[in-house]
Design a binder for this molecule. Structure first.
Ligand code: ATP
Ligand code: MG
Length: 332
């Protein structure tokens, strides 16, 4: 049993004229102490997966199938109260655009203090002391706990949300694009801070981002999501250094700093799949340079690769790898 086991999770959204199949049967596990990355382009279902795990889907979102087990407990069957108890206490969440989600009319320190007092039977002054400690921990001046969100820069507001997420020393931190929208230097500092504190409180991390470079730097394992499907998953070394899935290869090409060959970034031609129905073909078929007839007939099941901790959902894994090698080195 891992800390978090997600098995065959399916999530849809009801909209006025259709059902959006945002997550189509994804599985992954996070062990204790592991930093796990969830990568993929915009719309691939990353935030939906996180919100489903946390039980925070909007009203029109439905978990249609699958299990989400945290320490062996199925989160999909918890009562609202049980879920609220787990949230913050055991699993902390730094939502996408977290820095904009702070309450503008309450001081930052009071927001964190209230979160602490909801879960711990402590006095206001003890909770305030804890907030000061947390500010210090994330690199904010403890004398500023009475300042309001608008008095901080974007990077500082993001530090406040991290302080809030860490307040109860959770076992798992789920951070959805924690650095998006911040300048590069601040991004690095925020990531370093999350890693430093996470190491100190000994928690696991689920880091969601479309920037695979950030995952390469910070995570041990990852899943690459596309069209609500896991295309490839395993250890960061296996997946990002030796990708076998055409989608991962395309994604990696768009991040040249990860590529030893040093090519210019090439975005993958075409547009993301239509999610109005459950996929009947490989979700990447339209955009895949290696697609064959089989790819039009079904989405592939993940195939375990000879390396430990590496699988890839592709009908033509071997052919794709070979064609790619030939394309890189026509003399071979
Ligand atoms: P991004 O990188 O832009 O944050 P993401 O990978 O987090 O993207 P999601 O936000 O999970 O993607 O969205 C997955 C799909 O579900 C998209 O097609 C999106 O338009 C759709 N979707 C998300 N939220 C809703 C909603 N409340 N109602 C209807 N459709 C939604
Ligand atoms: Mg998102």
């Amino acid at each position: 049993m891992s800390l978090l086991d997600v098995t065959d999770l399916k999530v849809t959204y009801d909209t006025q004229d259709s059902k959006v199949h945002a997550v189509n049967g994804i599985s992954f596990s996070i062990d204790e102490g592991v930093n796990y990355g969830l990568a993929g382009e915009s719309g691939s279902g990353k935030s939906t997966a996180a919100e489903a795990i946390l039980g925070l889907l909007p009203d029109n979102g439905n978990v249609e199938g699958g299990q989400i087990e945290f320490k062996g407990k199925d989160l999909t069957t918890l009562s609202e109260q049980e879920r609220r108890d787990i949230l913050w206490e055991d699993i902390a969440y730094i939502p996408q655009s977290a820095m904009d989600s702070l309450d503008p009319v309450m001081s930052t320190g009071a927001q964190i203090r209230q979160a602490i007092q909801k879960h711990r039977d402590v006095s206001k002054s003890t909770a305030r002391d804890r907030v000061r400690e947390l500010f210090d921990l994330v690199g904010l001046d403890p004398d500023r706990i009475d300042d309001y969100p608008h008095e901080f820069s974007g990077g500082m507001r993001q530090r406040v949300t991290i302080a809030m997420a860490l307040a109860l020393e959770p076992d798992l931190i789920i951070a959805d694009e924690p650095t998006t929208g911040l300048d590069v230097i601040v991004q690095d500092k925020i990531i370093d801070k999350i890693l430093e504190i996470q190491d100190r409180i000994d928690s696991s991390l689920l880091l969601i981002t479309h920037e695979i470079g950030v995952i390469a730097e910070t995570c041990d394992e990852l899943s690459i999501l596309y069209g609500g499907k896991v295309m490839e998953q395993g250890s960061v070394d296996n997946v990002l250094i030796n990708p076998t899935n055409p989608y991962t290869m395309g994604l990696k090409n768009s991040f040249p700093e990860l590529d030893e060959i040093g090519t210019d970034p090439v975005s993958i031609p075409g547009s993301p799949p239509n999610l109005d129905s459950e996929p009947t073909s490989c979700v990447f078929e339209d955009r895949c340079p290696f697609a064959t007839e089989e790819c039009a007939e079904s989405h592939p099941d993940p195939v375990d690769l000879p390396n430990r901790n590496h699988n890839s959902a592709c009908h033509n894994i071997r052919q794709a790898a070979q064609m790619r090698e030939e394309a890189q080195d026509p003399e071979a």
